[in-house]
Design a protein around this ligand. Sequence first.
Ligand code: ATP
Length: 289
Amino acid sequence: MTGEAAVAAEGLVKTRRGRRVLDGCTFEIPAGAVCGVLGRNGAGKTTLLRVLAGLTAPTEGRVLVRGESPLARTPGPAHLGQDKPLPGGLTAEEVLRTGRALNPDWDEATARRVLAAGDLPEGVRVGRMSGGQRSLVALALTLGRRTGVALLDEPFADLDPLVRHRVSGLLMAEVADGDLTVLVSTHVFADLAGLCDHLLLLARGRVALAGAVADIEADHLRMVGVADDDPGHLDGHTVVSDSRTGRQVSALVKTDGPAPPQGWSAQPASLEEITLAYLAGAGNKGERR
Ligand SMILES: Nc1ncnc2c1ncn2[C@@H]1O[C@H](COP(=O)(O)OP(=O)(O)OP(=O)(O)O)[C@@H](O)[C@H]1O
């Protein structure tokens, strides 16, 4: 594990009630990346983001955020949890004032840009806001904390489409402008498309796929051909997931060579196709890879 990555994990295990909910995760995310964290329900995304935020310690292995253990960093990385706790009696303005008072490296301009994405009514207390409006205030409070790494757990879940679009644009601008790395978990593929240049896919607490989106796209193909048996490998290409109609097989493969096998056609696969193939493949072919 190099200290140069913005976020890194090595052999990370987290057990809950004796069960390994993170099971040997190793990955590195470079500075300046926007990394989508994907996985099925219960895959371990929230647990991973909480470990990276320093809110809970690894059971085994270690994580580094900007070269340090998040447990040793004060303040820890900016983290937006799914519960988004906020004092219901404060207005958005008062929440930002509190953020400013508590954080020496407070970034008022960014916090205000996030709030402005939602056209919030003035003077309304957080407790009387809609769910989406409250989420936006929580996101403003999180991104106002200039810690270099933002860990966002389903930040878009209850934002309307226009606010999602604006917040995505704002995140990309923040990353392009400065020294920020973002990890963002979501179940909605459309939230990630265009926003993320890196991907971390978790399946049952393990890293199923990680890396730069461009590399992942370059490394996978959709191959179609005829086969009698389920293909585990196609001339060295590793089958991630396949489906069959009669004898015709359509396989999503991690390509290890330039040419498809004789009689098979190959075409590029979209990131969504690749991700879905890994999610499907992890359920029934995990041992084969
Ligand atoms: N405090 C806890 N005590 C016991 N088990 C827990 C606890 N927190 C999480 N888990 C378990 O850890 C596993 C991973 O949970 P986690 O919330 O990290 O998944 P997730 O990928 O974020 O899921 P979702 O997409 O549904 O939010 C689940 O099986 C969950 O039941």
